[in-house]
Design a binder for this molecule. Structure first.
Ligand SMILES: CC(C)(COP(=O)(O)OP(=O)(O)OC[C@H]1O[C@@H](n2cnc3c(N)ncnc32)[C@H](O)[C@@H]1OP(=O)(O)O)[C@@H](O)C(=O)NCCC(=O)NCCS
Length: 405
């Protein structure tokens, strides 16, 4: 059988790429096509005997690590393989190209959201953060505190929203696991949400300002008005809620929870450390189901381990095994705490041994070394090292990817 060839596309071919990838998913080209290909940085097609059989693309998404520093991340997206050519290695060839491209361009980490959580571990990706789907009936959404907003809310026309979203997102430095979106990327979201989808209204944007008039949060949502026997039964589909402080956070939640004609609020990307969980009077009424979210593939261990901060001051030697990338494999000493960290390759004896995917899982502090050890994914070489690694790498609040790409 012929070999699969990976073809890197020039930006002028990105429109062709987007149409081809849509074909692989069996979907009609959608709204926002133009914005989609403007948001892509790199795109590739897998070719077999002259036929395009696979597609994958990369978007630049700076990623926030524990402690607030940001590192460049290749966000892998638009992955698809023709239904007629599956299980012939097209995905493997594209994942290999993505990894080598990141390594050659000094990008320390790749990230993606998986359509199925079973696919990517074999390529060295570990589940690094989790997210919730949340639903609450507004009749049971009272807060157990009385909250009076010292600031104010205002509606923002969609065509004015991009600079506002980007400004607030860039100031949210403590959002571990969050990404920064380009203006083009934000416009993809607008284009997709501008058109009414059945009975769901286009996206509404509400911004919050503090008492001094400084913007400190926004909520994006779509309203679905419904009626049953003459009674209102509306739903607010909350797409995103980003706030820089608790007042803004509560004011924005209160806005959606107290809206007239709305009986239910649903959020597909709910932060698992959202303070709302502690503040609703009847927390069981806030139904949250969790799933894996951001999968990370470490490429430059030294860059990543020295960029993040650690909850406990300590020093560890970590041996990383990596069948897919010999450049990643090796032993690393990391020494750090809340104020900074140093990481370097070492010949010293390992305290813990793990594979690249396990390190990806530990990077944002959402999955502990102890949990991985219990599953025999992390091995302890020095007594007590796993407990120390768990304390060192843990982080609060929990990571939260603000947008799935
Ligand atoms: C998922 C998809 C991209 C896989 O592409 P593919 O070219 O068939 O994959 P490959 O032949 O390169 O397989 C590589 C490995 O992944 C495994 N794999 C592929 N698809 C898988 C799936 N859906 N679930 C679990 N494992 C999967 C293969 O068994 C193979 O494993 P191995 O090499 O360890 O034995 C393709 O089936 C597809 O386009 N599906 C629909 C769209 C989609 O889900 N895209 C992913 C978006 S994140």
């Amino acid at each position: 059988m012929s070999a699969i060839e990976i073809v890197d596309l020039a930006p002028s071919d990105f429109e062709h790429f987007v149409l081809t990838a849509h074909g692989f998913w069996g979907e009609a080209p959608e709204i926002g096509m133009e914005q989609v290909h403007h948001a892509l940085r790199r795109a590739m097609l897998a070719r077999l005997d002259g036929e395009d059989i696979g597609a994958a693309a990369v978007i630049d998404f700076p990623l926030t690590l524990p402690g607030g520093s940001r590192v460049a991340m290749d966000g892998v997206t638009w992955v698809g393989v023709a239904a007629t050519a599956r299980r012939r290695g097209a995905l493997r060839a594209m994942m290999d190209r993505c990894l080598r491209s990141a390594r050659d361009r000094d990008i320390p980490v790749l990230g993606l959201g998986a359509s199925e959580s079973s696919i990517y571990r074999r390529f060295g990706y570990g589940v690094a953060s989790h997210i919730g789907s949340a639903a609450i009936d507004t009749a049971h959404a009272a807060l157990r505190i009385s909250f009076h907003d010292p600031g104010r809310l205002r509606f923002v026309p969609l065509h004015d929203a991009v600079p506002l979203w980007r400004d607030i997102e860039s100031r949210q430095v403590d959002r571990t696991g969050g990404i920064l979106r380009s203006a083009d990327h934000w416009r993809v979201g607008i284009a997709r949400n501008e058109t009414p989808d059945g009975k769901i209204a286009p996206m509404t944007v509400v911004a919050h300002e503090d008492a001094a008039g400084v913007l400190d949060g926004f909520a994006n949502y779509r309203v679905e008005l419904r009626w049953a026997d003459g009674l209102s039964d509306g739903i607010v589909h909350l797409t995103e809620l980003t706030a820089l402080n608790l007042d803004a956070h509560l004011a924005l939640w209160q806005h959606v929870l107290e809206m007239d004609l709305i009986e239910h609020v649903e959020m597909w990307r709910f932060w698992l450390d959202d303070p709302l969980q502690q503040l609703v009077a009847d927390p069981r009424r806030l139904r949250v189901s969790t799933r894996d979210d951001l999968h990370l593939r470490v490429v430059d261990v030294v860059a990543l381990l020295s960029a993040r901060r650690y909850s406990r001051e300590d020093s560890l030697v970590i041996e990383v095994r990596d069948d897919a990338c010999a450049d990643v494999a090796g032993r690393y000493r990391v020494e750090g705490g809340l104020d900074g960290a140093i990481a370097a390759r070492t010949n010293a004896t390992a305290d813990v041994v793990l594979d690249a995917a396990a390190l990806g899982s530990m990077l944002l502090g959402d999955v502990s070394a102890a949990a991985l050890q219990r599953a025999d994914i992390v091995q302890e070489e020095r007594e007590g090292a796993v407990r120390r690694a768990s304390a060192m790498f843990s982080w609060s609040p929990r990571p939260w990817l603000n947008h799935m790409f």
